[in-house]
Design a protein around this ligand. Structure first.
Ligand SMILES: *[C@@H]1O[C@H](CO)[C@@H](O)[C@H](O)[C@H]1NC(C)=O
Ligand SMILES: *[C@@H]1O[C@H](CO)[C@@H](O)[C@H](O)[C@H]1NC(C)=O
Ligand SMILES: *[C@@H]1O[C@H](CO)[C@@H](O)[C@H](O)[C@H]1NC(C)=O
Ligand SMILES: *[C@@H]1O[C@H](CO)[C@@H](O)[C@H](O)[C@H]1NC(C)=O
Ligand SMILES: *[C@@H]1O[C@H](CO)[C@@H](O)[C@H](O)[C@H]1NC(C)=O
Ligand SMILES: *[C@@H]1O[C@H](CO)[C@@H](O)[C@H](O)[C@H]1NC(C)=O
Ligand SMILES: *[C@@H]1O[C@H](CO)[C@@H](O)[C@H](O)[C@H]1NC(C)=O
Length: 922
């Protein structure tokens, strides 16, 4: 063995000079090639003695040990055999215009520093940095035209790496979890690439001081927890990414002086440990969704907080106590972005989603059902002492059920079903209904894991509703009956009055303008609390608001109108193509005709439109919507559930949509709408929306405005359609967002920032409708040049210079002076409604007040209907009458079975369509 080795050594030492000789010949060849490739020729590079060239250093044996060619405006492609310069320790090519493939540096075992930055290399060969066992510095930043390439994992073979710069270098993919291989790494700059994924955990163990990962195109994501363990860190640039979760406790990062976290999705409060870092000089936090009190830093720190975080107050100081408690609740859920975005301000009762309050501003219900939340249940819930309902079901919560929840004095319902909770269910009072099913590892009262069983004290069938209603359970029926009788009596009186009214109308023919509030508003907002997930919070709120509990009685109950699929098949001729009225975002709408000739519109919803909505939610939503009756709102008459399929039955509106009469009238062979018709329609819409807003204030209804959701009945009067449930309904949120998708052009600017629907957003959309009525142009006309395509922008610009309005008016209107005045009033209102700041927009009542007189002024000239071309008066009272007569006889006291429904439908008012592609407009 030993002699064999010695022989080998001998041969090697004989060969060595020869190898060296060959190698320096190789160096000469590489250097000659390099010289030939460079343009212009670097100064001082001439002759064959490359060791003499300026910037080239050779060792004693004539091997190249360093090349320095920085900042010489050189271009050309570096020869690919550069790595034959096996003795090179320094390669400095930065700040030139070198292009083409970066030379591979593989196997340059002596190379310590390579500066290739600020060039125009176009690609990096695979394994270009393999075997660089001495490498300390590699700089590649500023090669903007590199074709996308992954983080070079072969650098793990460079344990001495101290500095790696590759900003603006088109890196893609994730940052590999290899930082355990770089015990000396101090500087890592990878800004302005397209790196994705989360920070690899080994980064947390590294000694990095200078970390730049900012401005990734798609954005790095995940949480920042590992920063807490990077105790050497002094500069952190993570801005302009997609990081989520809270800022960690950085109390051990005592060297940190510069922390750039702006433009991410960070949530939760700013930790006090960050505010008290003694070396901190610079911090940016704007454009996140940070919560809690406004952070306060010492004067020595330059701070950027911006205005789009979700701090509870704009001035320093603690948050309201309910807000603080809910923040702890959110903290246990790891500060989900949904909560950080939607829980704005310092009043948890000011339209915070998932939260229901009583009239004195105390949280009475928290409904987090089906939100994909992870984390744990915060013991801080116990500080919401008025809490009655807590829905945490159908999430991914782990941990235990905190004992402190048992101290909630008002608690009636705790639903934690379908999570991954563990431990013993604490003992709740007997009035609390606890639903624990669907938690595999939960233990009930020292028993075995319940494996999906139901536990807790209450049975699932009855909600123990605590103090008052428990005892009034039996009496509520009689109260209900009394109320029902009273209402039936009122209805009968109404019917009589309407009959008289109608006769009067017929005789006088056209003496009156409109029916005084035939809608039966208030009682219709009651919803039956069937203990339905998602609505229970809203329901209990509503119940607490009404002094008498009418929820058990089908008062004026257009709700629960289940219609059998057989009936719908029959009336739509088995959903024949000939009966398709239109295709909307939610499904296909069919015309149906009942035996007596009454037309209905049947919307066959696409599965995606109902989404994850459970059957009970669907029914609850329908129950409410069928109760909303107003002569300017299209009535939902009933529904049908057929297996997984859901269908909705609406009034049929034979004239089609506003959009068709406004934009496509010539295609349909209709006359254009006159100004009088337009103002009348605007007033109708304003009244309908005003009514919806009055409902929304007390409950849960919302809608969007666009001409396809404004439908025209027989008489060309407008009705507003397609409204839905929002508040306190997780699934309502889904359906609402679907509704709003595609309504750009009608959406107020703040919607993009808040994603929240408010009455002011409707007012804005209404303003856009007004502009469409004035100009005959669509809210968004993509075929027009950009400066004209967005109606609001264009029209508001014209409003500023009043003289131009005439040019903006729909050409078919050809206004006389009186009409022009009227148009100007409406234009002014439109401008007002589309004010940029929501608080500057009027409410719908104002719009009604402005438009009302404009319509009234024509009354006298409309004495002869024929001359007006439209019948403003007759059909609605009749239709209403028929409907109410029907209600009073067949509905007031009982459920409507599906067999009876068929008979009751014909007497509903006629007319409904959704989004038409074609209509006959007569
Ligand atoms: C580097 O060296 C290894 C082993 O000595 C060899 O397999 C590989 O081909 C070399 N790479 C290049 C690019 O020369
Ligand atoms: C970089 O190279 C591309 C072609 O690969 C060329 O079009 C571009 O002009 C170059 N940029 C500079 C600054 O030289
Ligand atoms: C970033 O990478 C993703 C794929 O990971 C790609 O879809 C996206 O277009 C890239 N963005 C840019 C700006 O290159
Ligand atoms: C800070 O370091 C100490 C000692 O290693 C450790 O006990 C503590 O948990 C660390 N604090 C944080 C917030 O990581
Ligand atoms: C409840 O609030 C009080 C003061 O507002 C606070 O001291 C206490 O820690 C809170 N309880 C929980 C469990 O958060
Ligand atoms: C549920 O919790 C158990 C125990 O904590 C855990 O082992 C399991 O992985 C969890 N399951 C899910 C789906 O999170
Ligand atoms: C209550 O539970 C029983 C059996 O556990 C079940 O058959 C019934 O459908 C449940 N009722 C409701 C309203 O969930």
């Amino acid at each position: 063995m030993r002699s064999h080795c010695r022989r080998k050594f001998l041969i090697l030492s004989l060969l060595l000079p020869l190898l060296l000789c060959l190698s320096s010949a190789d160096d000469a060849a590489v250097m000659t090639k390099l010289l030939a490739a460079l343009s212009p020729t670097p100064s001082g590079w001439s002759g064959s003695a490359y060791c003499e060239w300026s910037g080239v250093v050779c060792d004693s044996s004539g091997r190249v040990s360093s090349i320095t060619l920085s900042s010489q405006s050189l271009s050309g492609t570096i020869p690919s055999n550069l790595n034959s310069l096996s003795q090179i320790t320094l390669l400095s090519l930065q700040n030139n215009r070198f292009s083409g493939t970066l030379p591979s540096l593989a196997n340059l075992t002596l190379l310590r520093e390579a500066y290739l930055d600020s060039n125009n290399f176009t690609s990096v060969p695979d394994g270009a940095f393999a075997g660089l066992s001495s490498l300390q510095t590699l700089s590649l930043s500023g090669n903007l035209n590199l074709s996308p390439w992954p983080f070079p994992s072969e650098l793990t073979q460079s344990p001495s790496l101290v500095t790696f710069y590759a900003s603006y270098a088109n890196l893609v993919g994730s940052i590999p979890d290899i930082f355990g291989s770089f015990p000396n790494l101090q500087n890592l700059r990878l800004s302005y690439n397209n790196l994705t994924g989360s920070l690899p955990s080994s980064l947390g163990m590294s000694e990095i001081q200078n970390l730049w990962l900012n401005n990734q195109a798609t954005g790095l994501s995940g949480r920042l927890d590992l920063l807490a363990t990077m105790i050497q860190i002094s500069q952190v640039w993570l801005h302009a990414n997609a990081f989520t979760g809270p800022i960690p406790d950085l109390s051990n990062c005592t060297s940190l002086f510069d922390l750039q976290l702006r433009d991410n999705q960070l949530t939760g409060p700013v930790p006090t440990s960050v505010m008290s870092l003694s070396n901190l000089r610079n911090i940016s936090l704007q454009n996140n969704k940070l919560q809690g009190p406004l952070p306060v830093f010492p004067k020595t720190v330059k701070v950027q907080l911006g205005t789009t975080n979700s701090f509870c107050l704009s001035t320093p100081g603690p948050c309201d106590s309910q807000v603080s408690t809910l923040l702890k609740v959110a903290g246990a859920l790891q500060y989900p972005i949904t909560l950080a975005e939607s829980w704005e301000g310092n009043d948890a009762c000011n339209q915070w989603p998932f939260i229901t309050c009583d009239s004195s501003g105390r949280v009475i219900a928290v409904n987090f059902a089906k939100q994909h939340f992870t984390g744990t249940i915060s013991p801080a819930f116990s500080n919401l002492t008025s809490l009655r309902s807590l829905y945490l079901n159908d999430n991914n919560l782990s941990g235990i059920i905190p004992e402190s929840l048992t101290t909630l004095p008002q608690l009636q319902t705790l639903d934690i079903s379908n999570n991954n909770l563990t431990g013993l269910v604490p003992k709740f009072g007997s009035s609390v209904k606890v639903v624990t099913k669907g938690n595999l590892y939960i233990l009930t009262n020292g028993s075995t894991p319940s494996a999906g069983g139901n536990s807790g004290s209450g049975s699932n069938s009855t909600i123990q509703s605590g103090s008052t209603s428990g005892e009034s359970k039996s009496s509520s029926v009689s109260i209900g009956m009394i109320v029902g009788l009273v209402i039936a009596a009122v209805v009968s009186v109404l019917v009589v009055l309407l009959l008289l009214y109608n006769c009067y109308v017929r005789r006088r023919h056209r003496k009156f303008g409109r029916v005084q509030n035939p809608e039966s508003g208030k009682e219709m907002t009651n919803v039956k609390d069937g203990g339905l997930n998602g609505y229970a919070g809203a329901a209990s709120e509503m119940q607490s608001q009404s002094s008498t509990d009418q929820s058990e009685i089908p008062v004026f109950d257009g709700g629960n109108v289940a219609i059998s699929i057989q009936v719908l098949r029959q009336v739509t001729n088995n959903f024949s193509e000939d009966n398709i009225l239109g295709k909307g975002g939610f499904g296909v709408v069919y015309r149906g005709e009942l035996q007596d000739g009454t037309k209905i519109a049947v919307k066959r919803m696409e599965a995606s439109a109902t989404g994850t909505k459970g059957m009970s939610e669907f029914q609850a939503e329908i129950a409410v919507l069928t109760k909303v009756r107003h002569r300017h709102l299209v009535a939902l008459l009933g529904y049908c559930i057929n297996g997984n399929e859901r269908l909705l039955v609406y009034e049929y509106m034979p004239q089609g949509t506003l959009g068709q009469h406004l934009f496509e009238w010539s295609e349909h062979g209709c006359p254009p709408l006159s100004w009088k018709q337009r103002v009348t329609i605007a007033l109708d819409v304003a009244r309908g929306v005003e009514y919806l807003h009055s409902l929304a204030r007390s409950s849960f209804i919302h809608r969007d405005l666009k001409p396809s959701n404004i439908l025209l009945g027989n008489d060309m009067r407008a009705k507003v359609a397609d409204f839905g449930l929002v508040k306190n309904a997780p699934d309502g949120k889904y359906s609402l967002e679907t509704r709003l998708a595609g309504t750009f052009g009608y959406l107020a600017p703040e919607y993009a920032a808040t994603g929240r629907v408010t009455t002011k957003i409707d007012v804005y959309a209404f303003g856009v409708i007004l502009m469409e009525l004035i100009t005959g142009r669509k809210a968004l006309e993509e075929t027009l040049p950009e400066e004209r395509s967005h109606l609001v922008t264009w029209f508001r610009r014209i409003l500023i210079s009043k003289g131009n309005i005439l040019n903006a008016i729909d050409a078919v209107l050809n206004p006389d002076e009186e009409t022009y005045d009227s148009i100007c009033r409406v234009a002014e209102l439109a401008g007002h409604c589309t004010a940029r700041e929501p608080h500057q927009r009027p409410d719908m009542g104002h719009a009604v007040n402005v438009l009302g007189p404009l319509v009234e002024q024509w009354k006298p000239s409309c004495q002869v209907e024929e001359n007006c071309g439209i019948d403003l008066h007759t059909s609605l009272p009749q239709a209403l009458l028929r409907w109410q007569a029907d209600e009073s006889t067949s509905r007031a006291f009982g459920d409507v079975s599906s067999s009876r429904t068929e008979a009751s439908i014909p007497s509903k008012p006629s007319g409904f369509t959704d989004t038409f592609s074609s209509t006959d407009c007569r």
